[in-house]
Design a protein. Structure first.
Length: 894
RNA sequence: GGGAGAUUAGCUCAGCUGGUUCAGAGCAUCUGCCUUACAAGCAGAGGGUCACUGGUUCGAACCCAGUAUCUCCCA
């Protein structure tokens, strides 16, 4: 036999992947004779390299797609990448920096040239890596979110939504990096734990006539806070008092009841501001009185909106104070802080200074302390779209797997805020808004159209393109990826094209829960808005891949294996199955190398099953000797097939894999092959081989979505295949009910239970697996012994099977079903141990009987429970009694 | 602070509509085997008060209430 003893994946994987591609199996096009099945890949960042999360996510997609393809659907998996504005721009900036080039010295166009160069060079790496995993994407359809066609889609949508009044400009608090002179996303902000100072400042209460008597009824320490008609306010940022527009207290705070509605005077500055009340203020933090500075704090900003307060912005872009501050103008915020503290102290307005633990937000890029800053941004209204997008999930038009995410989704959609879609970056789709010299603007697909609109709007026919200035900002990357399921089929440019009509809505989406809102929800919105149809039917949410200790995988921890190394070491099939063994939907996957080892071992097991059947010589003269085994495995296979399909329908991928795993390893290898395997170097009969090969082929089909490479390899080794006879496109087996299957399976289980009893005795008595034994059976079911005679002899290594009326002398016994079995073992019997074992079993059986009796004696049970349930209980009772009798006899025979 | 989910064997998880003594799977562990397909293997075995406390029910891992612990999301 020339087949290697262990399977070596490296030799076959590249070969088959190339063949599949050459054959065009992954390419899909509209085909009226077939049902469509489509999946769009969550486009990985162009900056990305394959990590464990991608491996899990794409393995799941590939399993779904390959199965669909085998089911005869026109399976289309659209791959592509995402331009990832922020990440990519940061990468390019860093790369330029290494070359000594500063972004600030470049024009927009120059910078973009560098960025495109970078994208061309590195942007496709991850897709190449996916091929190593076996991903059966339709590579002819590879898209990129910033390619011209998709950019066109983005701009069209922007213009359209703007014209529908869904897009507007508004004020928003951003993370401002005063050193870098740019806004940062939340992801670029690093929180640092620090000790900060809390300054207690005195705001003089402005006494008005109406107030005079009511005050000062609080407790002693409360009085302290307002003594001498001062309200003490605690703040960590005293330099911002010039931007104060109110002081807020909690309406339930007894200390300040009398001050609500009154006015206080800002220290040093002398401007009067109102005291307002809001539940937001926490009573125990600081002094319970909060200064409200809408321009420089997000929460204050919202408070300001709620209470209709003005906004005073006292900071310049570089973090220095502007004229609106009136004091310390031109000083840096930190210098101003030092100075104002000194001045407050001298004026006797600084009550005290406390230290407290706080979190300082700093810039990832410059290290500067982030300044929350109001800025003019573009927004997309969410309320209307969110409502519809919630509906389709609520009514299960789109199903989330697992369904627990529905709650999360609902919570978010009900509290959704308008979407800030502008970013102060260059890499991305530039916002198609054009400003006129008078500061007004028009929104248009291109400059030409913009000029036309601008002339109309201004009434000035002399306007020229050069008078218009396009918005400097680009759109949020999600503003292109939310169109992905439509734009990859060119559904915006050509809304009625054959591809989109055929493949949209897509079927399944596989992604991570973290982007359920950012991406999934918005795709649903876009789908409903532009196709009036949901973008997909099922959303499968994967977990996060963690290490064995439950920590996230990260570069800095160094706890993530390199996926390509893993594939090289364990084979793509081994890695794929390893990843799936322990990852129920929505649950995090605790990665352990043991998992891929298990996967690799499984491929090896399959390989050896194949090897075994290949080694058999056929003797055409031999009669069909394995009817029972063949019949049984046929029934088992069909039953499992139904179970497997059910798991797939419910998106239980791990369970589906485990089902096939056990079918192959336990039922096929450990049981079936052992039953039909001829003795060493003995030939096999043709009929058995034919069935066995057919079974193996069916198993290969079931395994193929999980382990595409090894199964394709064996498929071609098993037989000469015609041109397009690839497992990749073989028909997925349909479950076909086997007559009397339940009975067949139950009978074999009984026979196997007897085998287990024999093997157990071998183990206990230290007999080798091949030492010939005889079996004595005391049973009514002699038919079982006849039918399974060959199997019992082979698996039990028995030389004879005798039916007896009483236990033979000097034998070890066991009970199986309602019958007793004995293995005569001269001189090896430990009477005491035997007795103890039987007594134990008897005790258990009696307990069982008693519990059933008790149940049946309960009138309410008999009345209330379903009839068949009661009937089953009666049957149980009968079985138990038979067993007890058998055991009692055995005991007395000892 | 608000919300959601979880808690079952050493680990990761199943357990559908409450009904077999229902407590299960894989891995890990232990014992014995190099039995010519596979030691990346074979055959067996052990292991759990279903987080806790009450309640509903003829019957609860499952339903209800409370408690504890953990995770995630939002602020």
């Amino acid at each position: 036999m020339s087949i290697a003893k262990t399977y070596s994946p490296a030799d076959v994987e590249a070969k088959w992947y190339q063949r599949w591609q050459e054959k065009g199996f992954f390419h899909a096009k509209p085909n009226p004779r077939k049902p469509a099945y489509s999946v769009v890949i969550p486009p990985p960042n162009v900056t990305g390299v394959l990590h464990m999360g991608h491996m899990l996510n794409n393995t799941i997609q590939d399993v779904l797609v390959r199965r669909a393809r085998m089911q005869g659907k026109e399976a289309c998996w659209v791959p592509g990448t995402d331009h990832a504005s922020i990440a990519t721009e940061a990468k390019v900036v860093a790369l330029l920096q290494e070359k000594g080039i500063n972004k600030k010295d470049l024009t927009r166009e120059e910078f973009l040239t560098h960025a495109w160069d970078w994208k061309e060079k590195y942007g496709g790496i991850i897709l190449e890596q996916l091929k190593k995993l076996g991903a059966s994407c339709d590579w002819d359809r590879t898209r990129f979110t910033m390619e011209p066609e998709l950019t066109d889609a983005v701009l069209r949508v922007f213009v359209d939504l703007y014209r529908k009044g869904q897009i507007y400009r508004g004020i928003r608090m951003v993370n401002w990096d005063p050193k870098g002179g740019t806004a940062l996303s939340d992801e670029e902000v690093i929180p640092k734990d620090t000790m900060a100072k809390m300054y207690h400042l005195r705001y003089e209460v402005v006494i008005s006539e109406q107030l005079s008597v009511v005050s000062a009824q609080g407790e002693s320490d409360n009085q302290q806070l307002t003594t001498n008609n001062y309200l003490t306010v605690a703040t960590s940022r005293p330099e911002t008092i010039m931007a104060d527009v109110a002081v807020a207290v909690n309406p339930n705070d007894p200390r300040y009841q009398h001050l609500i509605g009154q006015r206080v005077r800002i220290p040093l500055l002398g401007r009067d501001i109102p005291v307002i009340s809001d539940e937001y203020v926490s009573i125990d933090f600081g002094t319970g009185a909060l200064k409200v500075t809408p321009a420089h704090d997000l929460n204050d900003y919202e408070l300001g909106l709620k209470h209709n307060l003005p906004v005073i912005d006292i900071l310049n872009n570089d973090g220095t104070l502007n004229e609106k501050a009136q004091l310390y103008v031109g000083q840096d915020r930190f210098a101003a802080r030092r100075n104002i503290v000194k001045d407050l102290e001298e004026a006797g307005l600084l009550d005290k200074v406390e230290e407290y633990a706080s979190v300082l937000q700093t810039s990832e890029r410059t290290g500067a302390v982030i300044e929350p800053r109001l800025s003019l941004q573009w927004f997309c209204k969410m309320d209307h779209m969110a409502k519809k997008a919630l509906e389709v999930v609520e009514n299960d038009e789109i199903k989330l797997h697992p369904p627990k995410f529905k709650n999360m989704y609902r919570a978010w959609m009900e509290n959704v805020r308008d979407w800030c879609i502008s970013r102060q970056l260059w890499w991305g789709q530039r916002i198609p808004a054009y400003y006129l010299p008078d500061g007004s603007f028009v929104v248009a697909l291109n400059e030409e159209e913009a000029l036309k609109l601008a002339r109309e709007q201004s009434g000035n026919q002399n306007l020229e393109a050069s008078d218009l200035r396009q918005d400097e900002d680009v759109l949020d990357t999600w503003f292109s990826s939310w169109l992905w399921p439509i734009s990859v089929f060119d559904g915006f440019k050509d809304p009625d094209n054959a591809d989109i009509n055929y493949f949209y809505p897509t079927d399944d989406l596989v992604t991570a829960p973290e982007i359920l809102f950012f991406w999934v929800a918005r795709m649903i919105m876009a789908g409903l808005e532009y196709r009036k149809e949901v973008p997909f039917r099922n959303v499968y949410l994967t977990g996060i891949v963690r290490d064995a200790q439950g920590r996230k995988m990260s570069k800095s921890l160094g706890n993530s294996p390199d996926p390509l190394d893993l594939i090289a070491q364990y084979g793509a099939d081994g890695v794929r199955t390893g990843m799936l063994f322990s990852s129920p939907a929505g649950n995090d996957l605790l990665y352990d190398v043991k998992l891929v080892e298990q996967g690799r071992n499984f491929t090896n097991k399959l390989w050896n099953a194949f090897r075994l059947t290949q080694g058999w010589e056929v003797d055409a003269a031999l009669p069909f000797a394995n009817g029972k085994a063949v019949e049984w495995f046929g029934a088992k296979l069909q039953a499992t097939l139904a179970e497997l399909d059910e798991h797939f329908e419910k998106f239980r991928m791990s369970d589906a894999l485990m089902t096939v795993y056990k079918l192959v390893w336990d039922d096929f290898c450990s049981v079936y092959l052992e039953m039909v395997k001829p003795a060493y170097q003995a030939p096999i009969d043709a009929e058995t081989l034919r069935h066995t090969t057919a079974y193996l082929e069916t198993l290969l089909k079931l395994l193929h979505p999980f382990m595409p490479f090894i199964t394709e390899e064996i498929w071609h080794e098993l037989a000469e295949r015609t041109d397009n006879d690839y497992l990749c496109v073989a028909a997925w087996p349909k479950p076909q009910p086997v007559a009397g299957a339940t009975e067949l399976l139950a009978r074999m289980d009984k026979a196997l239970d007897i085998v287990a009893g024999i093997r157990n005795i071998r183990n206990q008595k230290g007999l080798g697996p091949n030492k010939p034994l005889t079996l004595a059976a005391k049973t009514d079911d002699t038919q079982l012994l006849q039918d399974y005679d060959g199997i019992l002899r082979k698996l039990g290594a028995l030389t004879e099977i005798n039916v007896v009326d009483a236990a033979p002398a000097a034998a070890v016994g066991f009970v199986s079903g309602g019958a007793e079995f004995f293995v005569p073992l001269e001189g090896q019997i430990d009477l005491g141990a035997e007795k103890e074992r039987l007594s134990k079993e008897l005790e258990y059986a009696q307990g069982f009987r008693d519990s059933v009796l008790k149940k049946l004696a309960n009138e309410k049970f008999v009345q209330n429970a379903k009839a068949d349930l009661v009937e089953r209980e009666r049957q149980k009772l009968a079985d138990a009694e038979a067993k007890i009798t058998a055991l009692e006899q055995s005991l007395s025979a000892l």
